[in-house]
Design a binder for this molecule. Structure first.
Ligand code: MN
Length: 293
């Protein structure tokens, strides 16, 4: 559509499937259902959404991680977080927690909402080999720190990570400068409205629709992505999305692939089987969180 730049087509649909994790939290998993549904550097995306506290209140009691980052984006509800370093935070509606497990963290993530809707996402992003054993750290990002860009054709975009380049403006989100250079945008479009964002060929990109439906690509190669589905985008320069008759709300995620071997065992994601065995030994012995202190 735009001067020699190619629009990314919808290449592959990964429908979310019902899953249960933690102490019985009901969720929808799209990326990460299996080793064949990752998109380097993204390992997993879970959506949780329920009006019934029984679906989530048992939460995610103390559990370990090593070797990657978890990004929790809470849209409705609130969730208490505590870790072995003594950090404690109460994530509220619209807030994000960006946690880098590095060499090891043991934390709990406990939804507190008892009435109304609890809704949000947890994304897992891989770390490059050279950063997998760095000290753990996290950042709670207040909703006020997340820029909301009004789109001229209607709708809005919240910029959580990376930089939105839309309609001649450049709006930077609070998370910048990571090795995987992530772009994380939450876009809401009314019926018929459109959204365009340059995402260069050096990055992998996908869209996850959680309300309505999104028409992706450039005529005549437009394909529709339904609610609760992830759509992997083909290589290209631009992401172009328009909303269907019911509008659309979706996440746009892009990141620089690491191109490294991925060996995952539950909450540990390393490059080799030996490193996984080491992580399990370190967890059992207490070294996971003791090492490097
Ligand atoms: Mn966790």
């Amino acid at each position: 559509m735009s001067s020699g730049r190619t629009t990314r087509a919808l290449q592959r649909v990964i429908e979310s499937m019902a899953a249960s994790d933690g102490a019985g939290v009901k969720l929808r998993r799209s990326l990460g259902q299996s080793p064949y549904t990752r998109l380097d550097p993204f390992l997993m995306l879970d959506e949780f959404s329920s009006f019934d506290a029984n679906d989530y209140i048992a939460g995610f009691p103390a559990h370990p991680h090593r070797g990657f980052e978890t990004v929790t984006y809470l849209i409705d509800g609130h969730m208490l977080h505590e870790d072995h370093l003594g950090n404690r935070g109460d994530l509220k509606s619209g807030a994000v927690q960006w946690m880098s497990a590095g060499r090891g963290i043991i934390h709990s993530e406990m939804p507190q909402q008892e009435q109304g809707r609890m809704r949000g996402f947890q994304l897992w992003i891989n770390l490059p080999a050279r950063e997998k054993m760095k000290p753990a750290g996290y950042r709670d990002i207040d909703p006020a720190e997340i820029p909301v860009v009004a789109l001229s054709g209607g709708g809005s975009a919240k910029v959580i990570a990376g930089t939105l380049e839309s309609e001649g403006r450049s709006v930077a989100g609070p998370i910048q400068g990571l090795a995987t250079d992530p772009l994380y945008v939450d876009v809401e479009l009314p019926a018929g409205a459109a959204f365009t964002q340059p995402v260069g060929g050096e990055r992998n990109a996908f869209i996850y629709v959680f309300e309505g439906a999104a028409n992706i690509g450039d005529a005549p190669a437009v394909r529709t992505l339904a609610t609760h589905s992830a759509g992997v985008l083909a290589p290209g320069d631009l992401v172009e999305v328009s909303a269907g008759a019911e509008g659309a709300r979706f996440l746009l995620l892009a990141g620089r692939p690491l191109g490294e071997p991925v060996v995952q065992h539950g909450p540990f994601v390393m490059n080799t089987r030996e490193e996984i065995e080491q992580a399990i030994r370190d967890y059992q012995s207490g070294e996971l969180t003791r090492a490097g202190d």
